[in-house]
Structure formats: C-alpha cells, structure tokens
Design a protein around this ligand. Structure first.
Ligand SMILES: Cc1cc2nc3c(=O)[nH]c(=O)nc-3n(C[C@H](O)[C@H](O)[C@H](O)COP(=O)(O)OP(=O)(O)OC[C@H]3O[C@@H](n4cnc5c(N)ncnc54)[C@H](O)[C@@H]3O)c2cc1C
Length: 453
C-alpha cells in the first residue's frame, strides 16, 4: 500500500475519519465496496456518507440537548460531516435535518477531490496488517464480519439487535418503585422494581398487544430470529399470564408498602457505571417509539419516565468494544487496527461520525509519536467514547445514542429546570480546556477556533 493508513467503509464514520487524517497531512486510502459492484441491503446509491433512513441529525440545541452539544464539539473539531450538514440543512425547527442527496454528494466531492485521499471502490474481506480504521457499519460485509469475529473470538457479528428501553434514573418515582434483588441476592441495590396489581397488569398486557408496531424490512426477515430476543408484545400475545411467568415475574420481590409480592413486577437493571441509566429487563420491543413512551408510562413508578433510549429490534453488527478495544479505539489483539462508527456500539449518524472523527485524531497523534488523551467524560464526545471503551458493562453492552446519562451528574444542588444547562455548560468548559491543551498541532487545529467558553 502506498498510503499511510487505510479506512475501510465510506459511510458517515469512514468519510469523517478520512477527512480528519487527510487534513492532518496523512496519505489515506478509503476503501468502499459500494461503487465496486456491491451494495448493502439499505444503501441506495454509491455516494459516500449516505444516510440510509431519516434525514435528521436530531436536535441542534447545544444548550439543552446532548446530541446538539455533540454537533457543536464536532464543528469545533473541523468536522466535514457537520460542515456538509450545515450547508445543506432544510427547515426542521430546532432539529438539524438535511437534504440527504445534496449532503452525501457534498461529502463525496470533498473526499474525492482531497489531494491526500485515494478512494478505492472495492470490498475488503480481511483485517489489514497495515494501519487501518474499520468503519463498515451495521451492515458490514459478511466475509469481513467473519474475519473480525475470528480475530476477536466473537461468535458472530450480524444478528438481531434486541434493544430494551433505557430510563434516566432521576425520572423514576422511588415513592412507588423500590430497590431489591429477587430473593435478596446481590447487594440489594441491583434492581429497581415497579409493582403492578392485577387490574394494572391486565390493562398493560392489552396495551402491549394493541400498540402500533414497526414492520420488519424485507431483508431483515431473512436474518435469524432468536427466542432470547422475543419482543415483549409477542410474549404478551401468547397468553395473559405469559409475562407474569417471564420478565414480569413477581416472585421473591416484597413490595415495602405491603410486605407482599405484587401481582407483577417490571424490573430495571443498572446500565452504566455511574448509575444514571437503568435498563428495562426483558423489554425489547418492536412497538413504535411514540407507543413505547405512552405504554411504558403506564407502569407504576415510570409515570414520568424519561427515556435515554427506546427499544427496537433490527439487524445490526457491532463488536463488544468494552472488552475488545482500548481507550484509543485500538483492537487490543491487533493494535494496528482501530474501529469507528456504529460497529463500535454507538448508535446514529452523528454518533458514528463523531467516533470516526476521534478515531482519526487518535491515529494522527500516533503517527506523530504523540499521545492524545481522550476528551473528558463530561463532554459529549468523551461520554460517548467512555460508553464504548469502558463505561458500559461488557456482559450487557448495547449500542447507545449520546445522552446526558452517559455523563457524571453535575455536582451541587441544581434545580430540575436548570439541569440540562448545567450539563452543557460544564461540558463546554471541559471541552475548551481539553481543546486548548490538545497536543497535536494538525494544520486543521491551527486554523480551527473553539467556540466553547
Ligand atoms: C436500515 C437502517 C436504518 C437506519 N436509520 C437510521 C436513522 O434514521 N437515523 C440514524 O441516525 N441512524 C440510522 N441507522 C443507523 C445508521 O446506519 C448509522 O447510524 C450510520 O450510518 C452508521 O455510520 P457508519 O459509518 O458506522 O456505517 P455506514 O454509514 O453504514 O457506512 C459503512 C460503509 O461501509 C461499507 N462497507 C461495509 N462492509 C464493507 C467491506 N467489507 N468493504 C468495504 N466497504 C464496506 C458500506 O457500504 C458503507 O458505505 C440506520 C441503520 C440501518 C441499517
């Protein structure tokens, strides 16, 4: 190879990574299978950075929203994806939505015309022995997926990703819910329990059965379906008692208000080391997002639940990053390889591009013999990276959008109405410090201007 580094996959993450490395002065080969006689089942064009579904980068509010904050940090770091999105934005209130085709064409033009980038249209089937970033996304080609699985000891990379909703701890009503492990095993704080009486349970089961569901896409129907990720509403449909004998089993759980087992229980398990996020155990679902919020708020204790992530079941490919990657996104078993994008276990266009950006920054620093410290966990990009490389439990690791629950709770008393601003103000401060101390004098950074305070 004549270039310094290869990026495999020209999606949101790979395009951003290629741009960052090229701007830092490195020679980059970007290998993308589309345009070389291949397509994924979801992509429609040969453009780089194609958005396969919605045209939204979600909220652009950097003061009250974690993804808006992530937009801002990426802009500060000279993101090509954000530059193209800003240029091709379409009206969408406080959200950043884009003209999808114009956006992807803009990114493609910028990459293809960069003097430091060579785009090769062809599929890569194995893990390279030279420096490389793998950014092949949720629909990674099957031969490469097999090679990654065999290099990492994973059984398989492509499967139905059964996602249960995740709730912000501070939105759970602990006047109703209580901490207890079944039969008092563990340290007593392992689960939060939400009780239901018979009438509440039956009403809930019927709501699950009647709720509006999202459809499987044709190509998703061909992916193996595991009994272990049965949607909650499918279980509910098997009989009124099924859930009471499955994920909503009340045995061994004493409601402190009555001293007795309730008729049924919804359990939530701690999902991150900070204890700010709690996972609804066994609640993977194909219900539409609006329906999930409506129906799950019927659960006593979750009347005002705020969801860090809603449930879903779709085809995905991702690696167990907390176990396999170091804090610089290097594969521990083969450190010439970094991973970026959705395959690392982040979720969404913006998050994937952000992980591509930071993976490239780590690589650029390494080429210079320097060490770039990861951004602090109080920043959006640092929080996302923390989830991928260590914050999450490797046993239960699941893809995640960026959200405030991935950051430590701000110190001191903060009024609920000011809480989001407290997160973002602290993040901007921490980001500015990290940015100022940034050790790598890339041409890009010498021109970039941090907008943090
Ligand atoms: C059906 C579907 C719908 C989605 N809807 C949304 C949504 O509405 N909003 C949202 O934010 N996110 C959505 N996502 C998630 C979205 O795909 C990711 O957030 C984002 O595209 C991931 O970026 P990435 O760069 O990691 O992967 P991708 O953007 O998928 O890019 C990976 C690239 O690698 C290429 N590639 C794969 N294997 C090889 C190989 N062996 N050799 C060479 N090239 C290869 C692919 O052709 C592709 O261009 C959806 C995903 C799917 C599958």
């Amino acid at each position: 190879m004549n270039e310094d580094i290869e990026i495999v996959g020209g999606g949101l993450a790979g395009s951003e990574a290629a741009w960052q490395l090229a701007e830092a002065g490195l020679k980059v080969r970007l290998s993308e299978m589309r345009g070389g006689g291949e397509r994924t089942p979801a992509h429609q064009s040969d453009d780089l950075a194609e958005m396969v579904c919605s045209n939204s980068f979600r909220s652009d509010d950097a003061e009250h929203n974690a993804v808006g904050l992530l937009h801002q940090e990426m802009r500060d770091l000279g993101s090509l994806i954000m530059r193209a999105a800003d240029k091709h934005r379409v009206p969408a209130g406080s959200a950043l939505a884009v003209d999808r085709q114009a956006f992807a064409q803009e990114v493609t033009r910028a990459i293809e015309s960069h003097h430091n980038i060579t785009v090769v249209r062809g599929r890569v089937d194995g893990l390279p022995d030279h420096p490389a970033i793998i950014a092949t996304g949720p629909l990674t080609g099957s031969k490469l997926a097999e090679a990654i699985a065999s290099a990492t000891g994973e059984k398989s990379l492509a499967f139905f990703d059964a996602i249960a909703p995740i709730v912000h701890r501070d939105s759970i009503n602990m006047e109703i819910a209580w901490f207890q492990s079944r039969w008092d095993k563990g340290d007593g704080k392992d689960y939060i329990n939400c009780p239901m009486d018979k009438a509440q349970y039956e009403d809930f089961v019927h709501a699950l059965i009647d709720g509006e569901k999202a459809e499987f896409r044709q190509w998703e129907k061909d992916t193996p379906y595991f009994e272990g990720c049965m949607p909650i509403e499918v279980m509910a449909d098997r009989g009124i008692e099924t859930l009471r004998h499955g994920p909503m089993k009340p045995v061994g759980l004493d409601d402190p208000k009555t001293g007795r087992w309730p008729h049924a229980v919804v359990q939530l398990r701690q999902d991150n080391a900070l204890g700010t996020l709690w996972n609804m155990v066994g609640f993977q679902t194909k219900l539409k997002h609006g329906e999930q919020v409506r129906i799950f708020r019927k659960i006593p204790g979750l009347e005002n639940a705020e969801f860090a992530r809603l449930g879903g079941i779709h085809r995905n490919s991702f690696i167990n990053s907390p176990r396999l990657l170091d804090e610089q996104l290097r594969l521990k078993a083969k450190p010439n390889i970094r991973f970026a994008g959705q395959i690392t276990g982040c979720e969404g266009y913006v998050e994937s591009a952000a992980v591509g950006l930071i993976a490239a920054r780590f690589s650029a620093a390494e080429f210079r013999g320097q060490q770039l410290l990861p951004p602090p966990v109080e920043t959006a990009i640092g929080a996302l990276l923390g989830h991928i490389t260590g914050g999450a439990n490797s046993e239960t690791f699941q893809p995640m959008n960026v959200n405030f629950g991935l950051m430590p709770v701000p110190e001191g008393r903060v009024k609920k109405t000011d809480r989001k601003k407290a997160y973002t103000a602290r993040a901007r401060e921490q980001f500015s410090k990290w940015f100022a101390e940034y050790a790598v004098p890339t041409p890009l950074l010498s021109q970039a201007k941090c907008s943090g305070t």
